[in-house]
Ligand binder design. Structure first.
Ligand code: BJW
Ligand code: ZN
Length: 247
């Protein structure tokens, strides 16, 4: 921890990758946690793909409507706020700060983070799979009638604006994330199991460029052995200690 604080004090370029673990303390279930309640018999991996939408649109749309509601009801936690504070400090001394997130919940933006790259999209937006036009909330609310939500323009199915397995990540966003990882003096990988690519490659890119990369997680991720250091603990407890000291 002390070494990391010193590295942050010297750093001109900082990049951070976050995963579902940073929002766990806000009450948003992580992706690979066992699901509870209504959804306990479904694996997220089985719902988060286009085949599932085509096969069972009402089920997939209802799952996303439920998750979207949770994201709107929950608030950013001390971990999100600490990263927003770190960004302000690094930028104030003339440095650069890039927050790369796999999360679709927008809690980083609500905590005040500004330079945020969303690798896997945003659960608050929806669009039509046929004509691509945006779909508003009222359209998705129609899932309650037992019929799938369809586009008011072309009757195509409505989907969330997130990146599913087998789909390309937004090209420019991914490129910016890779450049940030390769050029960061300090790279933090926080609350991600690091099993989903290409996001999981970002800390490894930092390491390949000889950068100081630190993982913060309640347990070791799939790539922990390649990190410069691993700090075990909750993001909402570790990050305030790290980021709320004057740099
Ligand atoms: C805490 C905590 C606390 C808990 N504090 N920590 C082999 C090699 C390379 C790639 C592939 C491959 N085989 C297949 C692929 C491709 C595939 C992939 O990676 N599959 C792997 C599973 C093997 N990738 C893709 O398909 C990607 N696209 C792509 O590669 O395009 C090119 C291509 C196209 C066609 C064919 C081949 C290539 C797209 C990936 C999209 C991922 N989408 C999802 C769903 C988003 C929408 C939604 O939310 O519904 O993104 S999947 C899901 O996983 C979600 C997450 O963003 C992502 C990562 O999960 P995350 O954030 O790490 O969460 P968890 O739950 O896994 O972990 C939580 C962690 O927090 C844990 O470690 C806890 O310990 C920790 N924790 N509390 C700190 N308080
Ligand atoms: Zn349409």
């Amino acid at each position: 921890m002390k070494k990391l604080i010193q590295a942050l004090q010297k750093a001109e370029r900082v990049a951070v990758l976050t995963g579902a673990g940073i929002s766990a303390e806000s009450g948003i279930p992580t992706f690979r946690d066992a699901q509870t309640g209504l959804w306990e018999k479904f694996k997220p991996e089985e719902l988060a793909n286009v085949r599932a939408l085509l096969k069972n649109p009402v089920l997939v749309q209802a799952w996303y409507a439920w998750r979207k509601q949770i994201c709107l009801e929950k608030a950013p936690n001390a971990g999100h706020f600490a990263l927003a504070n770190l960004e302000k400090q690094i930028v104030a001394k003339g440095g650069s700060f890039t927050l790369i997130t796999q999360n679709v919940d927008r809690l980083h933006q609500r905590a005040g983070s500004e330079n945020v790259l969303e690798l896997h999209g945003n659960i608050l937006r929806n669009y039509c799979i046929d004509c691509g036009k945006d779909a508003d909330d009222e359209t998705l609310a129609s899932t309650e009638s037992g019929e799938p939500a369809r586009c008011v323009h072309c009757n195509g199915l409505i989907r969330p604006d997130v990146v599913w397995f087998g789909e390309m990540l937004p090209e420019k966003t991914l490129h910016e994330a890779q450049v940030a990882a390769a050029s960061a003096d300090v790279f933090l990988s926080i609350g991600t199991s690091a099993v989903v690519y290409p996001a999981a490659d970002l800390p490894l890119i930092a390491r390949r460029y000889g950068k100081y990369a630190v993982e913060i997680n309640v347990e070791e991720s799939a790539i922990a052995e390649y990190m410069s250091e691993v700090i075990l603990g909750k993001a909402g407890e570790i990050l305030p200690k790290l980021c709320n000291v004057p740099l």
